[in-house]
Design a protein around this ligand. Structure first.
Ligand SMILES: *[C@@H]1O[C@H](CO)[C@@H](O)[C@H](O)[C@H]1NC(C)=O
Length: 325
């Protein structure tokens, strides 16, 4: 009897532990992203340049807000589109799956009632936002470590070629204080180009949403409906990259690296962490024993005589808890 009670208690106490660990990881990710974004905690690597290098001497296109793909627009779309798509998708499924009506709640622990719909939404959007911060960190880390310059770098740096002794275009300037006439804020922004952050975030959002639509929706009757929606979602992400190259804000290699970073993080999260969005839609499957188990008072547990059966119930219980978090 004591052992039965112990088993259940231990499994129940695991839930807040998992939730706590995940909160800590999430908070750490957000704090790190914040430091990269708004603080100068990590100094940017200072790269030199060749005199009169035409690759970096494109005209300055103005502040980011005047871009045809301004950050405000990009970030709102990155936040809004996947949220709307996932909410719509989950609600649609919830309304369509009639067998759900009977088992709307899963009991997890002795305190928390989880609606499976809510659980799926929280998990998919939680992993999505985690990936969003991870992508920001990756992009910022790449920018700070490489110190790669934008195509308009020399236009904002405005080096004094006479003072630097530039005679031929082959001459390399390694001096750290070369940008004497330039606005320091613009110069430091122009040293952060590889990979392009806006492109990485757009690619991440697009790939995540496209994988959600491809893997979760089962459209019968139309072969082209799903690919059209997916390509429609990938198109804005592609355009963000193109606009950044066209406005001399990034080289095409920065944009390509951004696409790869965002796409890889989205693919990894969806395939390895969310297991292609398959999270026990059919509750009559492996999760069913858990509902029974927990709703029964703890005292009733020792009634299960066979140790094998007991073991399997406890394992199911644990697996289910691992799923919840
Ligand atoms: C560039 O440097 C030279 C030599 O130090 C100086 O004479 C000249 O005034 C500087 N030009 C500008 C625009 O600061």
């Amino acid at each position: 009897m004591a052992r039965g009670r112990l088993n259940t208690k231990r499994s129940i106490s695991i839930v807040p532990c998992f939730v706590f660990v995940e909160m800590v990881i999430m908070a750490g990710t957000v704090v790190l992203a914040y430091h990269f974004e708004y603080m100068d905690t990590f100094p940017t690597h200072i790269q030199g340049f060749f005199c009169y290098d035409s690759t970096y001497a494109k005209p300055y296109p103005g502040p980011e807000d005047t871009s045809r793909a301004p950050p405000v627009l990009v970030y709102s779309l990155v936040a809004a589109i996947p949220t709307v798509v996932i909410l719509t998708g989950e609600l649609t499924f919830f309304l369509w799956q009639s067998n759900w009506r009977e088992e709307k709640t899963i009991v997890s622990g002795d305190c928390c009632y989880f609606n499976p719909l809510l659980r799926r939404i929280i998990r998919f959007l939680g992993v999505y936002s985690f990936g969003l911060f991870t992508t920001t960190i990756f992009a910022n880390a790449g920018q700070v470590v490489t110190g790669s310059q934008t195509p308009h770098f020399l236009s904002v740096c405005r080096p004094n070629y006479t003072a630097l002794g530039c005679q031929s275009p082959q001459q390399y300037v390694a001096e750290k204080q070369a940008c004497t006439a330039g606005n320091p804020a613009l110069v430091s922004a122009a040293r952060k180009a590889f990979p392009s952050k806006d492109t990485a975030l757009s690619a991440y959002a697009a790939v995540y949403t496209v994988m959600y639509i491809t893997l979760v929706f089962k459209v019968k009757g139309s072969r082209l409906a799903k690919p059209s929606v997916c390509l429609l979602l990938l198109c804005p992400a592609f355009l963000v990259g193109v606009v950044r190259v066209a406005e001399f804000r990034n080289h095409w290699s920065d944009v390509l690296a951004g696409f790869l970073t965002g796409g890889a993080i989205a693919t990894f999260l969806v395939v390895c962490i969310l297991k292609n969005f398959h999270s026990h839609w059919a509750l009559s499957g492996p999760l069913a024993p858990m509902g029974q188990l927990v709703s029964v008072p703890v005292v009733a547990l020792p009634c299960i005589q066979s140790p094998l059966e007991k073991l399997s119930v406890v394992q199911n219980h644990r697996a289910a808890f691992a799923d919840v978090t």
